[in-house]
Design a protein around this ligand. Structure first.
Ligand SMILES: C[S@@+](CC[C@H](N)C(=O)[O-])C[C@H]1O[C@@H](n2cnc3c(N)ncnc32)[C@H](O)[C@@H]1O
Length: 267
């Protein structure tokens, strides 16, 4: 991608994938993806009390949960992403949107189910993940379930090599071509993903590069972290996907003492 930009003398302008023009692009790229919805709805049916959708974005998972009759709090760092959710379910009495960081939030209620979809836990480094686990623990009801997804081994393999390609993304006037690149960094521990609209590759112009940085993690690492953080050994199950992507759903509960949760909650 850097070479393509250099060839036309384009000046890259970095733009977070989840804000501004990035939020619109993410929805076009991922919005129609139904993966994980069936599994999260099944967990929601069993859950008592409200649901917390962490890194909810524009509500790919939140919307079906609310429409199934559940009360959902959607938390996300990006107001641009949450605005899209608010527009889908305007003034819905069963939905609360909170702009906040999954590493540092404090809500007044406890939740019967806390979910993180779309492998978004990989947005966090290990310090961020341990902060997240402590926050989830504080917000989980006594019998509450914590569930999140991560790429399975087959997908993880494709995360270990730098690559680029052209893809088609639905646009306002038909499909648009984007250049996609994945840069593997830190000896394979992290990857930076970028998208540039091919039509924007004009001679000498400024070109928006939509970008996000992710950790490369497998479910075994995350299972160990959960246990170390005081959660029960998680159940791992395959998510059914149309495109055959390998996604694992980890489901756990708090294994520690309820007094510890109460003491934490009162802080
Ligand atoms: C891959 S999207 C997932 C959106 C949605 N859950 C889905 O399934 O499509 C990741 C979301 O995480 C949000 N995000 C990134 N870092 C965050 C953080 N530290 N705290 C809360 N949300 C964060 C982004 O704004 C984005 O909406």
């Amino acid at each position: 991608m850097a070479a393509r930009l250099r060839t036309v003398g384009a000046v890259p302008k970095e733009q977070d994938l989840y804000s501004g023009a990035g939020a619109d692009f993410y929805d076009r790229l991922v919005g129609p993806d139904r993966a994980e919805i069936r599994e999260m709805l099944a967990l929601a049916r069993e859950a008592e009390g409200p649901i917390l959708d962490v890194a909810a974005g524009s509500g790919r998972l939140t919307v079906p949960l609310v429409r199934s009759g559940k009360r959902v709090t959607a938390i996300d760092l990006s107001d641009d992403m949450l605005s899209r959710l608010r527009r889908t379910l305007p003034d819905h009495t069963m939905l609360e949107c909170v702009v906040g960081d999954m590493r540092d939030f404090s809500l007044p209620q406890r939740f019967g189910l806390v979910i993180i979809g779309a492998t978004s836990i990989t947005l966090l480094d290990s310090v961020g993940r341990s902060l997240l686990y402590a926050n989830v623990r504080r917000h989980l009801a006594a019998q509450g379930v914590f569930a999140f997804t991560v790429a399975g081994a087959a997908s993880a393999e494709s995360f270990s090599v730098s690559r680029d390609c052209e893809i088609e993304v639905p646009g306002p006037d038909g499909t648009e071509r984007y250049l996609f690149s994945q840069q593997v960094e830190e000896d394979g521990a992290a990857r930076v993903v970028n998208w540039v609209r091919v039509a924007d590759l004009a001679e000498g112009g400024e070109v928006t590069v939509l970008t996000s940085r992710l950790r490369v993690l497998d479910h075994e690492i995350l299972s160990r972290e959960l246990v170390d953080a005081g959660f029960a050994v998680p159940a791992a199950s395959a998510v059914r996907t149309l495109g055959g992507e390998d996604i694992i759903l980890l489901t756990t509960t708090w294994a520690g003492h309820s007094e510890a949760m109460d003491a934490d909650a009162s802080r």
